[in-house]
Design a protein around this ligand. Structure first.
Ligand code: PMT
Length: 404
């Protein structure tokens, strides 16, 4: 995807650097355009180093006659070469100019020439955001087909608390990918995904958990939503922002995860269980913080509900995809889990190799399918792996249906 990132002059301009990075992590090629006031907050060099592209800072950046001629049509070239224009932060001034068609610098001129998707992420002081002039401009821009990603509430740089904060850059990047995704082939699916670890409490401040970051499951939910599915994500505790366009259910322990999954099962057409659910919970959980003594402490553990197995028993004609996190015998374990849990596919991954599996942005998986087919996917970013898993899931369902 080819994206122009327009950076306006606000304190949130520094977050645009993270946004450029997040867009590139999702495979986008990013061309940054900065306004003069954005350059008061952050240097073009930061974006040039991140994107590997020259940053555009003005309509006429050079004085030589040839360059002036070339510059005079550069906004047209940039408009034609890119599919998405995302402006973050979109200031009140920029939105007023966009509304009225003022074109006195590169970004506002590009806006008029741009025929692709436009996404505006406003950020400003609450009073400015709520001012009738801004409200009016935002409404008119939205009515014109520009997508407005509303600011979040929180503590603002000016010291006040309220609406006006730029959303998390990862969430903006997710929104850009979702809104601009060319394929909407999953628009008749409801895909229920589980992600992250569970935390099994020992006492009010301690718990047993594992290394899952949630990245694999969040990538799956985001990919499903980007391709038009209704995506429901049941997530254990993670540090990741809610993926754009995904219905979130946050849970803490395995029993809460089980209840959330079973509660949504009837809505789902495909269930993907990528969560690293704890296998045991603490039976003699303390309601007060356990005091440290020199005596040995024993915890009594009981097995958690096997959610995958329970879904497998009740799946009906839904497609069920389990995961297998292994340190050896990948294929055997994948097959065993598929058969014992009544899955249609098991995504098996090694979790004892550097750079893949738990916590990493990348993974390397083998898909074991109920048809007997085994597909090993080359190592790739988790968002790429997510799309490939969804592609194989759709193909597998066709194969299962045509056999039935
Ligand atoms: O979150 P990341 O940092 O991105 O890492 C991704 C991952 C390594 C966690 C992911 O790719 C993965 O392998 N997820 C499955 C982890 C796991 O718990 O595997 P398992 O082999 O122990 O469990 C097999 C299957 O049973 C899984 O689908 C699991 O969700 C499910 N399960 C397990 C226990 C339980 N009580 N209920 C379950 O439903």
């Amino acid at each position: 995807m080819k994206v122009v990132l327009g950076v306006g002059g606000g304190i949130a301009a520094y977050k645009a650097a993270e946004l450029a990075r997040a867009l590139m992590d999702q495979g986008a090629r990013v061309q940054v355009v900065m306004t003069a006031s954005a350059r008061q907050f952050i240097q073009p060099l930061t974006f040039a180093a991140l994107t590997g592209n020259k940053v555009i800072t003005g309509l006429f950046s050079s004085q030589s006659p040839e360059d002036v001629l070339a510059s005079s049509v550069e906004h047209i070239r940039v408009a034609q070469e890119n599919e998405v224009l995302v402006v973050a932060p979109a200031t009140a001034d920029l939105m007023a100019k966009f509304t009225h068609g003022l074109a006195d610098d590169f970004l506002t001129t590009l806006y008029l020439a741009f025929q692709g998707k436009v996404i505006l992420a406003p950020a400003m002081n609450t009073a400015m955001w709520e001012h009738p002039a801004t409200r009016d401009n935002v409404e008119r821009l939205a009515a014109r087909g520009n997508f407005i990603l509303p600011p979040e509430e929180g503590l603002l740089a000016c010291g006040t608390t309220g609406a006006g904060r730029l959303p998390d850059p990862q969430r903006i990047a997710d929104a850009v990918v979702t809104l601009a995704h060319p394929r909407k082939d999953l628009d008749s699916e409801t895909i229920l995904v589980t992600a992250g670890p569970t935390q099994e409490a020992i006492d009010p401040v301690r718990f047993i958990s594992n290394k899952s970051s949630g990245k694999m499951g969040y990538s799956l939910a985001h990919a499903a939503a980007a391709r038009g599915a209704r995506a429901i994500l049941v997530s254990g505790p993670t540090n990741l922002p809610d993926p754009y366009g995904v219905e979130m259910i946050r849970v803490r322990d395995a029993r809460e995860m089980r209840d959330a999954v079973m509660g949504k099962l009837k809505d789902a057409t495909i269930i993907i269980k990528s969560a690293a659910v704890a296998d045991y919970f603490v039976l003699n959980q303390s309601t007060q913080k356990i005091k440290k003594t020199s005596a040995r402490l024993s915890l009594e553990l009981d097995p958690t509900p096997d959610i995958l197995a329970e879904v497998g028993r009740n799946k009906g004609d839904r497609l069920l995809i389990g995961f297998a996190a292994e340190t050896q015998n990948l294929l055997e374990e994948g097959r065993r889990k598929m058969n014992t849990k009544n899955c249609d596919m098991v995504v098996a991954n090694l979790v004892n190799q550097e750079g893949i599996g738990f916590e990493s942005d990348r993974n390397k998986v083998t898909l074991v399918m109920s048809t007997g087919e085994v597909v090993s996917l080359p190592e790739a970013a988790k968002h790429d792996i997510a799309h490939q898993i969804l592609d194989h899931a759709m193909r597998l369902r066709l194969a299962i249906f045509s056999k039935a």
